[in-house]
Write a protein that binds this ligand. Structure first.
Ligand SMILES: [Zn+2]
Ligand SMILES: [Zn+2]
Length: 457
């Protein structure tokens, strides 16, 4: 027992933490008003009937909420190893209501508050599709906005990082200067299907070739790597068959992970504003004797600070409570040991005083050993097969905003989005999990394909 205790203490010592914040979406127009249509520009004429000083579900964040979230981080965990910040700083308003200067000004204000509250903490910051003007049109070439943002983030960037950032909005560094550990900060807005500038390119800003090279070198140097970015590959779990990447770029990203999974120890993204995760499995490879697929990597999708109810057609009541998140990781292996999400119940915060509370701890709530790919796979199978787990996952998906029952269609959407990042395999999953299908054309084709897959197993 003595040795056991000893190793336990050593294991505990190597566990440290970092913050992940994303999608702050500050709306500078937010103000309390007697006219619910005049509370915030980001509501887009939807009435903000229960507006309070911490915000409203149809609005992006007022400054008070931004301020409160950053100071909550400071009081909950004042000395993290580093902070991951995955973008989307500006409000959801038409392009005409913003401009280059307005966007830069908002990014600058958020940069300043994070830097003011955490002056001695390294921040790894990725661009979101809303951190450019016009939104989502991030170029694959050098431009003045990348330049000016690189200057703003100067303090957080090595000279080499500044160079690649100005070129394509991406960079890599040794993770908090530790030899053997690396972070890759990607500009996946270049792969977003809303980005008209990059649609027809093979490899926008050379980012794919560069990432492949960085990861190959990392493997040669026995490094362990985290990848962060804003827009994730795969599908939105709240809307069936809704991907973000173009098919070609989705495949490229998957190729990268499949090729380099042995060095990639975690992926951290935003954009959804919801709390979810994505599994990556080894592609059925050369060995035909065992078609067992095993988990090779997990992407964590962290909830947003903005509570903004999405206007995406087909999503019903898609708001969330503001969330921020601590990752506990092993500093030796870089494996994610646990995930602790903190949140602000907006309704309660507006009624009384705003107190950020722990929402849940992954290993405690879901009774998994850690947050490794194997454990996350185990958790996904529990969610897929046990309604209790599904419902808990679903409640947390909106940061405890939408607590209604997750029915069978809801189950399929969430399970298939988490399980399959590949476009074709996602559609197969819908059929396999028994989704009530809406597309006449695709279904017969997929059923045939599925029966072939099943027959070959
Ligand atoms: Zn966003
Ligand atoms: Zn976004």
């Amino acid at each position: 027992t003595h040795t056991h205790t000893h190793t336990h203490i050593i294991a505990a010592l190597s566990v440290r933490n970092f913050w992940h914040i994303t999608d702050l979406h500050w709306d500078p127009t937010y103000k309390l008003s007697n006219n619910p249509e005049l509370v915030c520009a980001s509501s887009g004429k939807r009435p903000a009937a229960s507006a309070g000083k911490f915000g409203e579900y149809v609005c992006d964040s007022p400054w008070h909420l931004i301020n409160s979230s950053v100071y909550a981080m400071k009081s909950i965990l004042p000395d993290p190893d580093f902070i991951v910040w995955t973008g989307d700083d500006t409000p959801h308003v038409p392009n005409e209501d913003l401009g280059e200067e307005a966007v830069l000004d908002i990014i600058s204000n958020l940069t300043h508050i994070i830097d003011k509250v955490f002056p001695n903490t390294k921040v790894y910051s990725a661009l979101g599709n809303h951190d450019y003007h016009p939104k989502s049109q991030l170029p694959a070439t050098p431009n003045s906005m990348y330049d000016r943002i690189a200057e703003m983030w100067q303090k957080w960037l090595d000279p080499k990082s500044k160079e690649t950032f100005k070129k394509g909005g991406y960079y890599t560094e040794k993770l908090v200067n530790r030899t053997g550990f690396r972070i890759l900060v990607l500009n996946t807005n270049l792969y977003y299907d809303q980005n008209k500038l990059t649609q027809n390119m093979e490899d926008p800003a050379d980012q794919y070739r560069w990432s492949d090279e960085v990861l190959t070198e990392a493997a040669n140097n026995k490094e362990k790597v985290y990848i962060i970015g804003h827009v994730p590959p795969g599908f939105f779990e709240k809307k069936r068959s809704k991907p973000w990447f173009t098919p070609k770029f989705n495949r490229q990203y998957l190729d990268l992970v499949e090729k380099h999974h042995s060095v990639i120890k975690g992926q951290f993204f935003g954009h959804h504003h919801t709390d979810s995760f994505r599994m990556f499995y080894n592609p059925e490879g050369s060995c035909t004797c065992l078609s067992l697929s095993f988990p090779i990597s997990t992407m964590f999708l962290s909830p947003g600070v903005t509570p903004w109810k999405t206007t995406l057609p087909g999503v019903v009541d898609g708001a969330n409570n503001p969330g921020i998140r601590v990752f506990e990781y092993d500093t030796e292996t870089l494996l994610v040991k646990d995930v602790v999400t903190y949140y602000l119940n907006l309704t309660r915060a507006n009624a009384a005083t705003g107190r950020w509370e722990k929402e849940y701890r992954l290993t405690e709530t879901f009774r998994v050993q850690d947050a490794s790919p194997a454990s996350m796979h185990q958790l996904l199978e529990l969610i897929a097969n046990n309604h209790c787990y599904l419902q808990k996952y679903y409640d947390f998906n909106s940061v405890s905003y939408d607590l209604k029952d997750c029915d069978s269609d809801c189950r399929v959407d969430h399970v298939c989005a988490a399980r399959e990042v590949d476009f074709y395999r996602y559609e197969l999953c819908l059929v396999k999990e028994g989704a009530v299908f809406i597309y006449g054309g695709l279904l017969p084709l997929l059923s045939v394909a599925l029966s072939l897959v099943v027959a070959s197993e």
